[in-house]
Design a protein around this ligand. Structure first.
Ligand code: 5GP
Ligand code: ZN
Length: 114
C-alpha cells in the first residue's frame, strides 16, 4: 500500500526502532508511547483493520499475540502484567489503517478505558 505509513515502516522507507522481525510480522516502538513499554506489532501484509483479515489468514492473529507475550516477558512485564490492544475503526480510536496490536506495560492501567 503506497500511502500507508506502516507499510513504509515495513519497507524501511520510514525509520523505526525495531524490536522483532520475521517473514510475517514486525514489532517496533510506538513513536508516541503511552506507557514505559509501548510496542506496535503488525503483519507485513497490509490489512486496514481486523475487519479485513480473511478467515484463511487468522493464524497471524495468534502468532502476533504469542509474539507479544514473548516480547512482554523480555521487557520484564511477565509478573506484573501488560495490555494488548487492537483498536478497530472509528469508535475504538483507530488512527492508522494498517492493522496493529499495541503492547503496553510498565505502569498500572486504568479500566474502563477512555
Ligand atoms: P491507533 O490509534 O491507530 O490504534 O494507533 C496508532 C499508533 O501508531 C499510535 O500509538 C501512534 O503513536 C503510532 N504511530 C503513528 N505514526 C507512527 C510512526 O510513524 N512511527 C511509529 N513508530 N509509530 C507511529
Ligand atoms: Zn500498510
Amino acid at each position: 500500500m503506497e500511502d500507508c505509513i506502516f507499510c513504509k515502516i515495513i519497507n524501511k522507507q520510514i525509520p523505526s526502532k525495531i524490536v522483532f522481525e520475521d517473514d510475517e510480522m514486525l514489532a517496533f516502538e510506538d513513536i508516541n508511547p503511552q506507557a514505559p513499554v509501548h510496542i506496535l506489532i503488525i503483519p507485513k501484509e497490509h490489512y486496514a483493520s481486523l475487519n479485513e483479515i480473511p478467515e484463511e489468514k487468522k493464524a497471524i492473529l495468534g502468532n502476533i499475540v504469542m509474539r507479544a507475550r514473548k516480547i512482554a516477558a523480555e521487557k520484564g512485564l511477565k509478573e506484573n502484567g501488560y495490555r494488548i490492544v487492537l483498536n478497530t475503526l472509528r469508535d475504538a480510536g483507530q488512527d492508522v489503517f494498517h492493522i496493529h496490536f499495541h503492547l503496553l506495560g510498565g505502569r498500572k492501567m486504568m479500566w474502563p478505558p477512555g
